[in-house]
Design a binder for this molecule. Structure first.
Ligand SMILES: *Cc1c(COP(=O)(O)O)cnc(C)c1O
Length: 227
């Protein structure tokens, strides 16, 4: 049995080694703490981690509130990486630094409404649907650039780039290829939207060779999710 600290160190070492082999900058490592108690995020913070990923607002908000005593454990970033329902936007904005799953007009409309009073913009990634199934989350590639143009015009949102979940059953490589080429197109219109949130436990080293700037890694670091 390895410990959390060992799995984290091992994962970080692999990322560093692969980045140096590819001669590229290190990505942001988001440790996905969903389905784990708040103590896991606290331990990770104490080990030096600052970016945490959660996929459900109902779970994440109470965890966030419990995470730190006032003045304690400052500087953590909470990334909301799962599908977001419009009726959860208000609560999401109470903790999320960054939303990785902006994928439809109704959600954009609600975000515009709810962020109008904010003084610093919410970071957003547009989630791209790489599957044939339109019911999976994500903007269809054909609609992506019009949607991006709208998002880029909203002052209270900061368009960071694209997010995708590669095929979990098949080969992730064609999916990474698709999203990397969409990302290049996006950057030609919106130079600062150059982030790419791809790469999970099973495919993060490959994601690095496709330009991942944000890895969302759960089980490889945290072990199995069991609450
Ligand atoms: C759970 C989750 C992850 C992390 O998955 P692992 O396979 O445990 O690394 C990454 N991205 C999203 C959107 C997730 O829901």
């Amino acid at each position: 049995m390895t410990s959390l600290a060992e799995r984290l160190a091992q994962t970080r070492a692999q990322i560093t080694e692969e980045c140096s082999r590819l001669n590229r900058a290190e990505p942001v490592l988001i440790v996905v703490t969903k389905n784990h108690p708040v103590t896991l995020a606290q331990e990770l913070f104490d080990l030096g981690e600052r970016d945490f990923g959660e996929n459900r607002v109902q779970e994440a908000l109470p965890k966030f509130l419990e995470f730190s005593e006032p003045g304690d454990r400052l500087g953590a970033n909470w990334h909301l990486i799962g599908q977001l329902q419009t009726n959860k936007v208000k609560q999401a904005l109470e903790f999320a630094t960054s939303l990785h799953s902006l994928d439809r007009q109704s959600l954009l409309d609600e975000l515009i409404k709810r962020t109008s009073e904010r003084d610093h913009p919410l970071e957003v990634f547009l989630q791209v649907n790489l599957t044939e199934d339109p019911n999976r989350g994500g903007v269809e590639p054909a609609d992506l650039f019009d949607f991006a143009a709208q998002v880029a015009n909203v002052k209270t949102l900061k368009l960071e780039g694209l997010m995708a979940v590669a095929s979990l059953s098949g080969d992730p490589e064609p999916d990474f290829e698709t999203v990397a080429s969409l990302s290049q197109k996006l950057v030609s219109d919106h130079p600062s939207a150059n982030k790419l949130s791809i790469g999970m436990s099973g495919d993060y080293l490959l994601a690095l060779s496709y330009g991942a700037t944000h890895l969302r890694i759960g089980t490889a670091i945290t072990g199995n999710r069991n609450i």
